[in-house]
Ligand binder design. Sequence first.
Ligand code: NDP
Length: 457
Amino acid sequence: MSKYVDSVLKNLKAKNANEPEFIQAAEEVLLTLDPVLKANPQYEQNAILERIVEPERVVIFRVPWVDDTGKVRVNRGYRIQQNSAIGPYKGGLRFDPSVNLSVLKFLAFEQVFKNSLTTLPMGGGKGGSDFNPKQSPHTPGKRCSDAEVMRFCQSFMTELFRHIGPDTDVPAGDMNVGGREIGYLFGQYKRLANEFTGVLTGKALSFGGSLIRPEATGYGDVYFAENMLAKRGETFEGKRCVISGSGNVASFAAEKLMQLGAKVLTLSDRSGAILCESGITEKMLKDIMYLKNVTRGELADFAKKTKAVKFFKGVNSWQLTDKIDAAFPCARQNELNGKDAAYLLKHGCTLVGEGANMPSTPDAIDAFVKAKIMYSPGKASNAGGVATSGLEMSQNSERLSWSREEVDAKLKGIMKSIHDNAWESAAKYGKKGNYVVGANIAGFTKVADAMVAQGVC
Ligand code: NDP
């Protein structure tokens, strides 16, 4: 590690000692940048690292709302505006009890590099709240009602609206923020700002959404993996794949893998994981999507009704079966650890395509890189979602809607260019085949050059 990186990291750890996820994400990027910093002394001269790890702005606010029993509840809302060097801040909103400053700063930091990789003009941001739509505050074991979610979203946007705008900051969905929540948030923004603009992405088609946006992160993850396989002359036909999660990213990754002839063996959620040795069928996947998006239930309930799957309570998808070709972590951060990585490698896994943000722990990443398998970090392989959000912004500005085929073709093209950019950047700095180094360097360089050009700001 160079002296420059070492001193920036020391300072960052001292200043943000209570933010382990943020430190992990920053370390993961900075430790790969030495070659590009050495070749470009202007980055150190312009204090690019010191500036890139510091958010441009952090907004923290109170979100008061009234539950169905008439009681006032209070949550904490956040928006991290990390970096606007190459475009308006862009990044999702997460509603989950695990949300805190550290988690959102790690996500905003990752988003800067991811958005840069998409080739579209988008800066990085992230936001959300510790609100839990999956647990009603007054009835244990029940979810919040639609009316409670709506009142929460309206209160959240009542503060957020003054910090965002179509040319300033364009939020989207993330964990627990899907079409329903984006609709309520958009409605409240429209009332407060008195304008109909593309201020949020992930909208429904009837008010400016883009075709393929719901599918984009999962499909994009698989398109990226297809590009990695193509480098080795392979395809997905007959490959045995394990996936974690059963939400937006996981379900569409599963759908695309099935379309490409792979066998999807597992999915998971907070209740546990399901395994289907013969491969989850299209009908099962449709039922799971209905369960997750409409009745909002658990895989444990699904397993009770479906004999073809085995259910494993409270575990993830990694260590359930003996022969695995590829793994797709699509649920949450740090969900795949060193032991899981060792198990996957021992049982034949040669490809890991991250759909979630930072799902592999540092020791798991080391194991994948050392084994020289095809391993793509989330900031590269899950960029299809935000890329398609960028396409939604373009359609909104032009007041046009592109067809499903058009958007899918653009998504495929973007995933190929992210893959090729990461591949070529790794090769240029002597790390051929290392997508971690390649993605970090490619994402960083574009933002760093823009920051140098814009002076000290
Ligand atoms: P969803 O909320 O739709 O799905 C999340 C999935 O992860 C659910 O199956 C959920 O289980 C599971 N999960 C969450 N927390 C835990 C936990 N503590 N233990 C076990 N399972 C858990 O989110 P998304 O699919 O949108 O996002 C998944 C990941 O992908 C996140 O890391 C997100 O940041 C990242 N991402 C998402 C993008 C998007 O476009 N949506 C874009 C880029 C990255 P349950 O159903 O029980 O809640």
